[in-house]
Ligand binder design. Structure first.
Ligand code: GTP
Ligand code: ZN
Length: 207
């Protein structure tokens, strides 16, 4: 079942003043969040210039939930710095959206991600660890983004990502991804092999 808009409000952050919009899948109760800036937050009350604004490419990041990286400052991945630098970029540009998608651990959930970390502690890489658990390498889907981006009046997308699968997913949903902005931040000795595996085995773009 598609997600539905639930509520929106202002959200002052250390990066700037964002709009927060919450969406929910009525069947599963799963929530997804849009943090946007400089966008019309409800198409039903769109001002007359909304049509003009939708023709400009909008900076968008599809950020997959990572409790360990986003909230605890884990150095095992690059999620925390990616989240922060995206919000800083959107605030600087004054226009764009970060969709915070509740697909922890590339969609396998936190317990399985920690099981996969334990296997990585034994020397397996991030991809093999998922497979050894009998799980897909990447279990994420992106259909909720269609409703969320439509709600924000976004049609042309400049996607902030290194992952071509996200571009392909948005294009398959009918969105017009006209540009890509790379996001290489937060590399450190603990996540260097993880980032290298994403580039060598998961099609992530290095440049
Ligand atoms: N299963 C699993 N998930 C992980 C691991 N490390 C990070 N994650 C999750 O991976 C997701 C982020 O995906 P990444 O593969 O790092 O990057 P991406 O979102 O596909 O691509 P970018 O848009 O370029 O950041 C988050 O949901 C993290 O919780 C891991 O070792 N195993
Ligand atoms: Zn992470």
């Amino acid at each position: 079942m598609p997600v539905e808009f639930v509520a929106a409000s202002k959200l002052p952050t250390k990066h700037g003043l964002f709009d927060i919009s919450v969406f929910q899948d009525p069947e599963s109760g799963q929530e997804h969040i849009a943090l946007s800036i400089g966008l019309v937050v409800d198409p039903s009350v769109a001002p007359s210039d909304a049509a003009i604004s939708t023709s400009i490419p909008t900076l968008v990041r599809l950020h997959s939930e990572c409790l360990t990286g986003d909230a605890f400052g884990s150095l095992r991945c690059d999620c925390g710095p990616q989240l922060n630098s995206t919000l800083a970029l959107l605030a600087k540009k004054g226009r764009g959206a970060l969709l915070y998608l509740r697909q922890e651990g590339r969609g396998i959930g936190l317990p399985n991600k920690i099981r996969a970390y334990a296997l990585q502690d034994q020397g397996h890489d991030t991809l093999d660890a998922n497979l050894m658990l009998g799980l897909p390498a990447d279990a994420r889907t992106y259909e909720m983004c269609q409703v969320m981006l439509n709600f924000l009046n976004v049609q042309k997308v400049n996607l902030i990502t290194n992952n071509p699968a996200k571009i392909e997913a948005l294009v398959a949903l009918g969105l017009d991804v006209v540009e890509r902005t790379p996001l290489h931040v937060g590399e450190n000795p603990h996540n260097a092999a993880y980032i290298e595996t994403k580039q060598k085995r998961m099609r992530h773009i290095k440049a």
